[in-house]
Design a protein around this ligand. Structure first.
Ligand code: ATP
Ligand code: GNG
Length: 270
């Protein structure tokens, strides 16, 4: 693991003034935050709310549609009708032991690409730019892949190769994919199951409460209790802000305002 400068100094070295100097600035390195949380806890809904409240921020949503319709990369020569290789999300839920390694490799790659996206023109003109990611290369490993290994859906050799690849890629990309903090949307597994049923995504029909309980425990161990062994120094020190989203905020402007106020206050502490 390469030694990393503390985040504030890295931002300063990259050309932006760290917040501790108390000055807002245009362009420069953005604050980069990931929204984490259980399946159907409300991350996409929350990201939409952030987008409405802070239209100048840049949002990277989880590329679920890409997982539902895997296609060859567009950088290769394209025919007019891109070939669809199948619904990997459905495949991993139907046959987890067969498809977990494939899924985690693909999801990790898509998250890596998202975290490498350059700042948009709009963000470059913004004072104190903020980039929001829906999940991250870290939840890929420390929530999903870890859980699938513990369930026996990833074999020892698959888990070893996945971790080796993950560590290698993250070290190679270094600061380009670094995050400054995490917003953990927390709700009970029962609440998530209720929302999952209400949303009715066909691939998720067979998900049981037990799976959401396992993922809840993985989130708590990584982000709250900090008992999950992580392999990146900057991740160990990254601030985590926990937001209780058990309440229905979708139709409650006062609750929405309070949540947005808390996010802003958290960013001020970074
Ligand atoms: N605070 C909330 N109160 C009530 N319903 C909510 C709340 N947040 C989200 N929902 C509803 O719950 C369902 C799941 O929300 P959403 O799709 O945002 O979850 P998600 O965390 O992004 O899911 P995934 O983990 O699959 O990406 C949606 O039907 C949404 O309308
Ligand atoms: N196996 C597995 N690994 C992941 O890294 C991962 N990330 C998300 N998901 C599932 C949860 C929702 O059903 C759906 C949308 O979040 O995709 C994952 N499944």
């Amino acid at each position: 693991m390469r030694p990393l400068l503390p985040l504030r100094l890295r931002r300063a070295a990259a050309g932006g003034l760290p917040r501790c100097f108390g000055m807002a600035r245009r362009g420069g390195p953005a604050w980069r935050l990931s929204i984490e949380g259980n399946i159907a806890v409300g991350k996409s809904t929350f990201v939409r709310l952030l987008g409405k409240t802070f239209p100048e921020w840049q949002m990277a949503t989880e590329p679920v549609a890409k997982w539902q319709k895997v296609q060859a990369s567009s950088s290769r020569e394209q025919t007019s009708s891109s070939q669809n290789f199948g619904n990997l999300l459905q495949m991993v839920y139907q046959e987890p032991s067969r498809w977990s390694y494939t899924f985690q490799t693909y999801s990790c790659m898509s998250r890596l690409k998202a975290q490498l996206e350059p700042l948009s023109e709009k963000l470059l003109k913004t004072w104190d730019p903020v980039q929001i990611f829906e999940r991250s290369v870290y939840s890929d490993r420390y929530i999903f892949a870890k859980n699938l290994f513990e369930l026996g859906h990833l074999t020892e050799i698959e888990w070893t190769i996945y971790q080796d690849l993950h560590t290698f890629l993250l070290q190679e990309f270094g600061d380009r994919i670094a995050l400054h903090g995490f917003l953990y949307l927390q709700a009970t597994p029962e609440k998530c199951l209720e929302r999952l049923h209400r949303r009715g995504r066909p691939e998720e029909k067979a998900i049981q409460l037990e799976y959401l309980e396992q993922l809840h425990t993985q989130h708590e161990n990584w982000l709250v209790k900090k008992t999950t062994e992580v392999h990146f120094e900057n991740l160990r020190n990254a601030p985590v802000f926990v937001l209780d989203v058990n309440n229905d905020f979708e139709d409650d402007p006062a609750e929405q305002e309070e949540l947005m106020r808390k996010v802003k206050a958290f960013i001020k502490t970074l």
